[in-house]
Design a protein around this ligand. Sequence first.
Ligand code: UD1
Ligand code: UDP
Length: 370
Amino acid sequence: MLVRLVCVAGARPNFMKIAPLIEALRQDAAFAVRLVHTGQHYDENMSSRFFGELGLPEPDYHLAVGSGSHARQTAAVMERLEPVLEQEQPDGVVVAGDVNSTLAAALTAKKMGFTVIHLEAGLRSFDRTMPEEINRIVTDAISDVLLVSEESGVRNLLREGVPEERIELVGNIMIDSLRKHLDQALQSDIRVRLGIGDGAFGLVTLHRPANVDDEDRRSEILAALAEISSEVPLYWPVHPRSRARLEAQRTPLPESIHLCEPLGYLDFLCLEATCKVVLTDSGGIQEETTALGVPCLTLRENTERPVTVGCGTNRLAGTSKESILSAWEQTKANPKRGELPPLWDGHAAERCVEALRRFFAKPQGKARDV
Ligand code: UD1
Ligand code: UDP
């Protein structure tokens, strides 16, 4: 029996998660895959660049939804995905991560009666002011197959009443991408291009609305970064959400904070693997630094990826100048070496395919109720 899957991706962090799964599914004659790009991210350096670098096939459908409010963006994905699914009549729809495209695709597919498969299910920050937390909770509530990256995700889903047989702990598929591309990334000349030289440096990324759109919080974070940059120069590929905010900033940044455009995956991975510390509010980067054994200060009050703190190299640094500087001092005094969490071994995609094979082999694999 041929299982026909539609994979949906739309924003930068989706691409690293979906690429290994598509590659593994394409090597298996039991599956046929179609790729839909929602177009939530659309700049060359937020989208198409990753297709070449990660070996993703050209999307079969491009929905070109672009930017907008949460409602508009979610609605646009739903409206434009519906006719695609109507035409494809897939056996399952794969959604990844926690962005608006994830939620919109899951809702559309489920209401049309299709099986929904959530890659990176079960993560919870327990902070419902985060748009991603709402996307995660709703997507998981209507998914039929929940592919989980770390053990906390299994516990969260069981506590929410998800039947155990729907939950599959497959490990972290983003780390499949990292392992596959790390050697190539280390050949990148990005350090030369940015003029970094051979000395120690820190890497910064920030894009959470709560951090970059809120002026008070942004000022606290920038003040902490300014102090840290007097000890190690900081390099900061600026997410498009943050660009305008930084340009409007009245106090200029010190010269020891170097801004650049968002980087491609290989260039970014090269910096991430070779820096002294990463300061970030990204979800995926907390995981990648743990896999690389590089200290990470997460500029947030919580994380939906607790294994990166308990087992890995991550520290929750908060968002005040004082808390960030205190975490920085701790990191210098005691840089966490960390361990690799279970199943972050580069083989998560194979386990996803096995889980899907088992699901679709069962009679209830075709069942369409949740
Ligand atoms: C989105 C996700 C977030 C994820 C992040 C990864 C949601 C709710 N948020 O946040 O979970 O961590 O992606 O990067 O889905 N823009 C451009 N060019 C682009 C894309 C965006 O200029 O290619 C600008 C637009 O002004 C847009 C803003 O960035 O309004 C925000 O984009 P959006 O996709 O709405 O949210 P992100 O902040 O990127
Ligand atoms: N990344 C990248 N270039 C950059 C910044 C990040 O390639 O300039 C990669 C990073 O290595 C990771 C992913 O983007 O694989 C994380 O995406 P992002 O931080 O945008 O989203 P989040 O994980 O927070 O949802």
